[in-house]
Write a protein that binds this ligand. Structure first.
Ligand code: HEM
Length: 149
């Protein structure tokens, strides 16, 4: 099994994923809907979690699981106001990042298809942005995002 190349290897490994996540967070930093959703002032730790998750998902190192456990992404997003507008802005930022990575058309289509489906699955409210607090007052049944904190 270790002989088989993974998507992670095929597209260029850590450097390529790092670049995608860096560009993505550069875009998030200047997005007035997305930026306020991130609880930490420094986007660095959030970028690191997304990087480790994507690397693991595509067959790279399993550091995400070792440090964060099961992803349970939909649950982990429950405390945040992920409406269609937030989803579309998330995808806009990710589209720029994927374009800048300049992968082969097949790899790019595979990655983009996944990201679109994942982003659609993450929507947890149809309330418009700007009504009520950015983070929902009660996390519901969501797991704490940073249980170690
Ligand atoms: C649809 C729009 C989305 C919005 C607005 C959004 C927003 C957020 C926010 C605010 C956080 C907390 C930041 C932090 O880690 O401190 C977060 C965490 C995270 N998001 Fe998203 N997200 C979206 C979609 C996605 C998608 C599609 C994926 C995966 C393909 C993803 C993967 C992650 C991961 C891995 C974390 C960290 C989870 C952990 O705590 O281990 N997100 N997201």
């Amino acid at each position: 099994m270790s002989e088989q190349s993974t998507f992670f290897d095929e597209v260029g490994g850590h450097e390529v994923f790092r670049r995608i996540v860096d560009v993505f967070y550069r875009e998030v930093a200047s997005d007035d809907v997305l930026r306020p959703m991130y609880p930490e002032e420094d986007l660095g730790p959030a970028a690191e979690r997304l990087l480790l998750f994507l690397e693991q998902y595509w067959g790279g190192p399993t550091t995400y699981g070792e440090t964060r456990g099961h992803p349970r992404l939909r649950m982990r997003h429950m405390p945040f106001h992920v409406n269609p507008e937030a989803r579309d802005r998330w995808l806009r930022a990710m589209r720029i990042a994927v374009d800048e990575a300049k992968m082969s058309p097949l790899h790019e289509a595979t990655l983009w298809d996944y990201l679109q489906r994942a982003a659609h699955a993450m929507v947890n409210t149809f309330e418009p942005t700007g009504i009520g607090p950015v983070a929902k007052p009660h996390g519901g049944t969501a797991l704490p995002l940073h249980p170690e904190a």
